[in-house]
Ligand binder design. Structure first.
Ligand SMILES: C[S@@+](CC[C@H](N)C(=O)[O-])C[C@H]1O[C@@H](n2cnc3c(N)ncnc32)[C@H](O)[C@@H]1O
Ligand SMILES: [Zn+2]
Length: 272
């Protein structure tokens, strides 16, 4: 299922080691994930989200604040009854874990993320899912591997998406809607710029469905807001004073997601 990140030949698992025909080898970690990110593909020593960001996101997601999003993603995935699914930029596995619960046990679910700390956490908590440390820009999978790919707030490369998707396969992409976390922006910007709600082109795919998911999130405790602040890029705009004031006075935050479903143009007789 995996291909070698160095020479692109298939990897086979023997014992706890993946090996390709050219003898490149990759060990399964004790949490049973595999690190398929060669140094040449690392743009920093520790790429992706760090442990603190992961812990904050984990705590926030556990408050069920984004459970409606996870449920909506699961529904969209299940519409197509896939046999193989990839969670691209899976983070610490919150959405993959809930998706796996919703899907039939025979469905093969994989997750990749460039952050080793995130993948380690995911592999420890969701042993039924295959996780790898890998880059979205050079996916360690053979051509035509997945019926569905989910991409929740994660970077991707359009030629890699086209390569690994099966003919007629689907991409479910989640991005922030115009009003997402608008109160946070209002706290730090004089003029607030809304997220665009334009449907983005996805080369090699047709856009087939859009769903907007908006709801007010009622803040149950200050830690919840504190965690949310740690996981968003906007956080560094807050001084410690504005941050404290924001946490003390905010009771509701606007949540606004855009879920877009794309279908691959590939056909079975002309794959790739
Ligand atoms: C905003 S987080 C979203 C994580 C998860 N999908 C979620 O919503 O909880 C973006 C994720 O993309 C990962 N990431 C960043 N650059 C990446 C790359 N080039 N390849 C794979 N993952 C990457 C980060 O480590 C992080 O876990
Ligand atoms: Zn190799």
């Amino acid at each position: 299922m995996y291909i070698c990140p160095l020479c692109r030949q298939p990897l086979t698992l023997t014992g706890r080691q993946y090996r390709c025909a050219s003898n490149h080898s990759f060990d399964l970690a004790k949490e049973s994930y595999v690190n398929l990110l060669p140094v040449q593909q690392k743009n920093s020593k520790d790429p992706g989200d760090n442990k603190l960001m992961i812990e904050a996101r984990r705590a926030f997601l556990q408050s069920a604040a984004y459970q409606p999003l996870s449920d909506a993603v699961n529904k969209l995935v299940m519409q197509a009854a896939p046999a193989t699914v990839l969670d691209l930029g899976c983070g610490e596995g919150y959405y993959s874990g809930r998706l796996q619960q919703a899907l039939k046990p025979a469905v093969r679910l994989s997750g990749i993320d460039i952050s080793k700390a995130a993948v380690k956490y995911a592999a420890r908590h969701y042993p039924a899912i295959r996780f790898a440390v890998a880059s979205a820009y050079q996916l360690p999978f053979a051509d035509n591997s997945f019926d569905s790919i989910i991409r929740i707030y994660a970077p991707s490369d359009s030629s890699e998406l086209q390569r690994v998707i099966k003919p007629q396969g689907r991409l479910i992409s989640v991005n922030p809607g115009p009003e997402h976390l608008i109160e946070m922006k209002q706290a730090v910007y004089r003029e607030v710029k809304l997220h665009s709600d334009q449907i983005k082109d996805q080369p090699g795919f047709q856009h087939i469905q859009r769903q907007q998911l908006s709801y007010p999130l009622h803040i149950t405790e200050p830690e919840q807001l504190d965690n949310l602040l740690q996981m968003v890029p906007l956080a560094w705009k807050f001084s410690s004073d504005t941050r404290q004031a924001f946490i003390a006075t905010t009771r509701t935050i606007s949540i606004d997601f855009l879920l877009d479903v794309y279908q691959s143009d590939k056909t079975a007789d002309k794959p790739g």
